[in-house]
Design a protein around this ligand. Structure first.
Ligand SMILES: Cc1ncc(C[n+]2csc(CCOP(=O)(O)OP(=O)(O)O)c2C)c(N)n1
Ligand SMILES: [Mg+2]
Length: 347
């Protein structure tokens, strides 16, 4: 029996901030600023949803370090395949906040013309692919895109996000397998936020960690503290550079916690213990980076207020926009519009 088992060369380890990359202070300050802005935006948008002004919203409260630090760790030309909580990478890449917020309203300011579910932002201009609500489907798509980049010798990578729940999908399996076998330049970042709606991670897998799943596929895997922005930056940067250099994929497990509800349609008080939430509030990633940077409480509050004002201003501007023009219904599907659509459109 032992002869059929091979000893694995690579063991998942904990990526530490003190690695070969020193994260410049300016980068950490930028990460901090974006995390503060994202938290304020989420608070504003969730309030709007509760007031019935937008239909749905998914916040990332408590998990800001992962998307924001990852966005800083890769090149803007790398392609991002988000799971549920990484749309903010678009903002870091320069996508206008008003256009981003308009997506939630689905109005005339929305680059997606009101066609996607609220909170499912995407834009080709910033290399962020549209995400689908179907868990895990982005993973084989990311691997396929990454493999194409390799064949074209582009030296670009795909950054593919997933939640802990997505590790139970078939898509996860064949994405991981294909990526390792074909050496696709992809970095998988699994946000283990301890819950898949009401299913806790321990009921999701019998593996000790999610990172160790990488070993079986033959790629490096590492667990990283997902509430430590600096550690996330280092881990993603290292994995991205390895992929870029032709050394293949990596699975990172960012251990974090979803402080809020799964989405605006969820009530987590029905399935989880508030003491657990309180414990994780004490590991807040923004507070952590504030301490690391030595930002005073007063300056932090000022930055929070500035971010809240910015979110409120953008929301009031965007909410005043009309619905998308009905004629946009006819756009983007056909290169040459068939006669019956031309007729319906009114010539
Ligand atoms: C294939 C599939 N199964 C089930 C669902 C319903 N569903 C939506 S979100 C979700 C939980 C996802 O959890 P996780 O991957 O941990 O991401 P998180 O929401 O925690 O960020 C589930 C089960 C779905 N959308 N798609
Ligand atoms: Mg989860």
């Amino acid at each position: 029996m032992a002869s059929t088992m091979r000893r694995t060369k690579k063991r998942p380890g904990l990526a530490k901030a003190a690695s070969q990359f020193r994260v410049p202070r300016k980068t950490l300050e930028s990460i901090y600023g974006w995390m503060v802005r994202l938290r304020a935006l989420d608070e504003r948008m969730l309030t709007l949803q509760r007031q019935g002004r937008v239909g749905f919203y998914g916040s990332v409260t408590g998990q800001e370090a992962v998307p924001i630090a990852a966005a800083h760790a890769v090149e803007a030309t790398d392609w991002v395949f988000p799971a549920l909580r990484e749309s903010s990478i678009m903002l870091v890449r320069g996508y206008p906040l008003a256009r981003y917020v308009a997506q939630v309203f689905g109005n005339a300011g929305d680059g997606q013309k009101g066609r996607q579910m609220p909170s499912h932002m995407a834009a080709r201009e910033v290399n962020v692919v549209s995400w689908s609500s179907c868990i895990g489907t982005q993973l084989p798509q990311a691997v396929g895109a990454a493999y194409a980049m390799k064949l074209r010798r582009e030296r670009k990578i795909a950054l593919a996000f997933l939640g802990d729940g997505a590790t139970s999908t078939a898509d996860f399996h064949y994405a991981m397998n294909f990526a390792a076998v074909f050496g696709a330049p992809v970095v998988f970042v699994c946000q283990n936020n301890h819950w898949s709606i009401s299913v806790p991670t321990k009921a999701q897998t019998a593996s000790e960690t999610l990172a160790q799943k990488a070993v079986a596929y033959g790629m490096p895997g590492a667990q990283v503290d997902g509430n430590d922005a600096e550690a996330v930056f280092v881990a993603v940067r290292e994995a991205a550079e390895r992929a870029r250099a032709g050394a293949g994929p990596t699975l990172l497990e960012a251990v974090t916690y979803r402080i809020g509800a799964h989405s605006s349609s969820d009530d987590p008080t029905r399935y989880r213990d508030e003491r657990e939430v309180a414990m994780w509030r004490g590991c807040d990633p923004i507070e952590r980076l504030r301490g690391r940077l030595g930002v005073s409480q007063r300056d932090a509050e000022k930055a929070g207020r500035r971010a809240a004002d910015e979110a409120a201003k953008v929301v009031s501007d965007v909410e005043a926009l009309p619905m998308p023009d009905a004629v946009t219904l006819f756009e983007d599907v056909y290169a040459e519009r068939p006669w019956n659509l031309v007729e319906q459109q009114g010539g």
